[in-house]
Design a protein around this ligand. Structure first.
Ligand SMILES: [Zn+2]
Length: 428
């Protein structure tokens, strides 16, 4: 019985390499997730929260301990370090993960729980009544025999993106201990504030000095993303005419009512996040604040195609202008901010970047799943800024929620893919 169960465990790893790095990945991961690195919207400095620096300092110390003597934390909260090549002529390759966690779920006091040899049943977590039900989570249902890590139920886990951080550090530790393995110069970066859209903002691409890079940030085993949304945010401000309601007859023009009407007249059976999938874009109202005097809507608009994105923005503008225009004494401001651009347009002209990681994933015995990411990563903006950066899976699921979980077997597979990616680039 014991023998059989240990055979199952061996079989669940993608390779001997993944199996050998798994204890290190798990040990690092369960330590990193305990550090509260929750980012904050409306940041006043980089990073937005001091907890991110706590983890970044730990990472600098660990990288130095692994022999990466130039490891440093810069004034904006970015960690940079170099693992020297064993094949000096090979191109310099970057590996990137983010230390912050999402502001959308509680991130303080994370107490990870390790569920060994998952039996395929419901996982009830001790706090918050949180329940992971494989009937509602098909991806979890497929992980029988895996070691699953969850939070205690009242916080997120932080696999986004500490699974990526742990996979990178474990891969660096492995490579550092195996100088006989071929590898190019590897540049490592850990970024702050990815979750609030600023992971790339103060990234020093010239100093990083890599030919291309890979974010290890999210998703199921084998997942590779070389395509992201193109993204804009629209701020709509409606100004009304406020009057004491007792004396308002024929005078009051309520901004909050008009803004509500704008939201109500946007499509609800299409072009929303919950009615779209695959390559379809959407218009998504993410905040609504207001008084009769002034109301503000923040709306994110997403698509993979520029012309469709422009059409969604035009629909939003027409709807707002029509509704507010019908109230002659109200006024409308429409302010558009470009957030990030589909990385496909930058990666298509440099096919080696994706081909190398496809080769590494296959070498690990994994079937690659190349799919567009319905969001953005640090790589979306880094690619636009001149550093081609596709995204690689890290074995974490149900991000930004108290149900977040990760598979140790898949995090270890991500670390093994990094080791193989180094070998692939050493030959190019
Ligand atoms: Zn992430």
């Amino acid at each position: 019985m014991i023998l059989r169960s240990s055979e199952v465990m061996v079989a669940d790893y993608t390779s001997e390499l993944a199996k050998s790095v798994a204890p290190d990945v798990l040990e690092r991961f369960t330590r990193y997730v305990r550090v509260d690195t929750r980012a904050r919207f409306d940041r006043e400095r980089s990073p937005s929260t001091p907890g991110q620096l706590d983890l970044s300092r730990i990472l600098v110390d660990e990288l130095k301990g692994l022999g990466l003597s130039d490891a440093e934390l810069d004034e904006h909260g970015y960690v940079y370090a170099t693992l020297a090549a064993t094949v000096p002529d090979a191109p310099v390759i970057g590996l990137i993960a983010h230390v912050d966690t999402s502001p959308e779920a509680p991130g303080a006091g994370v107490e990870p729980i390790v569920h060994r040899e998952y039996d395929g049943g419901v996982i009830d977590l001790p706090r918050g009544g949180t329940r992971l039900d494989p009937a509602a989570m098909p991806e979890l249902a497929g992980k029988v025999g895996h070691t699953i890590v969850t939070s205690s139920g009242d916080t997120l886990l932080g696999a986004d993106d500490k699974a990526g951080v742990a996979a990178i550090v474990a891969a660096v530790a492995y490579l550092s201990a195996h100088p006989e393995l071929p590898r190019p110069t590897l540049r490592i970066a850990f970024t702050p504030d990815e979750e609030i859209g600023h992971g790339a903002t103060l990234f020093d691409i010239p100093k990083f000095g890599a030919r291309c890079a890979y974010t290890i940030d999210g998703g199921a085993i084998g997942g590779l993303q070389a395509e992201s949304f193109t993204a804009v945010e629209v701020k709509l401000v409606v100004e009304g005419v406020a009057v004491h309601p007792g004396y308002a007859t024929g005078k009051l023009v309520s901004a909050v009512r008009l803004a509500g009407q704008v939201v109500a007249e946007l499509p609800s059976d299409r072009l929303t996040p919950d009615t779209t999938s695959g390559r379809e874009g959407f218009i998504h109202v993410v905040s609504f604040t207001g008084t009769p005097d002034r109301a503000e809507l923040r709306v994110i608009v997403r698509d993979f195609e520029e012309d469709l994105l422009d059409a969604h923005v035009a629909l939003l503008r027409e709807t707002a202008e029509r509704v507010v225009g019908a109230a002659p004494r109200a006024s409308l401001q429409f302010e558009l901010t470009r957030q990030y651009h589909n990385m496909r347009d930058y990666l298509a002209s440099d096919p080696d970047v994706l081909e190398a990681v496809l080769e590494a994933v296959k070498a690990e015995g994994i079937e690659p799943l190349v799919a567009p990411i319905r969001g953005g990563t640090d790589g979306s903006r880094l690619s636009e800024m001149g550093l081609p950066t596709p995204n690689v899976f890290d074995g974490g699921y149900e991000y930004h929620s108290v149900r977040e979980w990760a598979s140790v077997q898949e995090m270890a597979a991500a670390a093994a893919v990094i080791v193989r990616l180094a070998e692939v680039w050493s030959r190019r």
